[in-house]
Design a protein around this ligand. Structure first.
Ligand code: IFM
Length: 451
């Protein structure tokens, strides 16, 4: 198969998010976000790291656009910090916050790079958390009001938006296991938070249609679930794990109802939802953003909650520094599954990448991150194969442009195409970044070469 199988208008991008790279969390009138407060709490983030400086992108965005040009990107996915734009989450607008993103958007456009913003990538204005955050039913209106403020400033120049990043992680890490902000472990809040995130997305899409004829979608993280054995217990646990992580979000968005497994997973914590919510949630979308990193292999584990399943490591398989199995064939499987189950939606791979223990720059300053380079080749080959099999795949964004704050893992896990020295803020394009440029320049033809 040749590289020409990527469409001519394919987006070749890289992705980041606001709290992970920007730094300057309270500058120019921004209010505190939930992650700003969470990261100041001892023990929340490895090594006591915070986003106070991160990649200092708030100051260095021009330089970073220069690096995007060096990589040959034609698109850049980033997120906006709601707390810069509405410091208290509702009400007063901080024009300086909007100014920052307007400068970034204009800089990208001048550089020939399409901005692909995400409105919410986990940094919630802290004031909203005080009111229950996503568990509060009003959050749908809070979010749509904020989205409308952003669109009134930027929708004339930006034609492709995503609403939320990874609702499953927001809820599973933030409301079930408490390892992300807001740090809650409360199974009664989790279904409410998920449902309100979906309603917030739907309300925002509804408003976008009245303001713009651009394109809008949502970003979900999907992880195929394989069973560790054919025993009925393992197969059942695997089916619940798959419903919980994957279909809990895609089914209401694209088929208008929750998977039938949800009441079994949440028991008495699963509420009865209003029927009319589902027509709001299932607004027609222009595309789905897929974040794909790994699959999981599951066995039944009655002590686990909310899904009675535990993951089993595969002997001989390669794992990243985040403990995620490297498996490009599961990306192909995911893309084909989405095509078949949901009627061949347009898809962008909005994140794909790997944390590896990169070698330090060598004496020539070169970062030889061979494992990440191999990961990119394998996953882009799988993407190309998906297109050959009829998947409507329109773009691919590497996670991440820069090494950055990997949430609760702090700066200890590096995922960038560009190395960041967090002491000096010096940037160095890694070997994987140079390889990605070659892939982009050859419109995928480089994938036919070995190594
Ligand atoms: O860093 C995160 C990102 O914020 C959301 N998707 C997964 C990445 C790696 O964990």
């Amino acid at each position: 198969m040749s590289g020409s199988s990527f469409p001519n208008d394919f987006l070749w991008g890289a992705a980041t998010s606001s709290y992970q790279i920007e730094g300057s969390p309270l500058s120019d009138g921004a209010g505190p976000s939930n992650w700003h407060l969470f990261s100041q709490q001892p023990g929340r983030i490895a090594g006591g790291d915070t986003g106070d400086v991160a990649c200092d992108h708030y100051q260095r965005w021009r330089e970073d656009i220069g690096y995007m040009q060096k990589l040959g990107l034609n698109a850049y996915r980033f997120s906006l910090a709601w707390n810069r734009i509405q410091p208290e989450g509702t009400g007063a607008i901080n024009e300086h916050g909007l100014d920052f993103y307007e400068r970034l958007v204009d800089g990208l456009l001048a550089a020939g790079i399409e901005p692909v913003p995400t409105l919410y990538h986990w940094d919630l204005p802290a004031k909203l958390d005080e009111q229950g955050g996503w568990a509060n039913r009003d959050s749908a209106d809070w979010f749509a009001d904020y989205a409308e403020i952003v669109w009134r400033r930027l929708a004339d120049r930006v034609g492709r938006w995503t609403t939320l990043n990874e609702p499953w992680v927001i809820v599973d890490a933030g409301y079930v296991h408490g390892v992300h902000a807001p740090g809650k472990q409360d199974l009664s809040l989790a279904p409410l938070a998920s449902h309100n995130l979906l309603r917030a997305h739907g309300e925002a899409v509804r408003r976008y249609r009245s303001l713009s004829d651009g394109q809008i979608g949502i970003v979900v993280n999907i992880e195929p679930k394989d069973a560790a054995s054919d025993t009925p217990e393992d197969l059942h646990a695997t089916r619940l794990a798959e419903a919980y992580m994957n279909r809990q979000y895609l089914d209401p968005l694209l088929r208008g109802s929750y998977p039938t497994e949800m009441p079994e997973i949440f028991g008495e914590n699963w509420p009865r939802f209003d029927d009319e919510d589902f027509s709001l949630i299932a607004q027609p979308l222009d595309f789905i953003g897929l974040n794909y990193y790994t699959r999981s292999v599951n066995r039944a584990e009655t002590q686990a909650s909310p899904v009675p399943a535990a993951q089993v490591r595969q002997p001989g398989a390669e794992y990243t520094e985040l403990g995620w199995e490297v498996r490009a064939e599961s990306l192909l499987q995911t893309l084909v599954w989405m095509k078949q189950r949901y009627g061949n939606p347009a898809i962008y791979i909005t994140e794909n990448g790997a944390a590896f223990d990169d070698p330090a720059p060598d004496s020539d300053g070169r970062v030889r991150d061979d494992r990440r380079a191999a990961y990119l080749l394998e996953h882009l080959r799988a993407s190309r194969e998906a297109i050959a099999q009829g998947v409507d795949l329109r773009g691919y964004f590497v996670w991440s442009l820069l090494d950055n704050l990997e949430w609760a893992c702090g700066f200890s896990k590096r995922m960038g195409l560009i190395r960041v020295n967090f002491e000096t803020q010096e940037r160095t394009i890694k070997d994987s970044g140079h390889l990605y440029r070659e892939i982009i320049e050859s419109a995928g033809g480089r994938l036919d070469q070995e190594g």
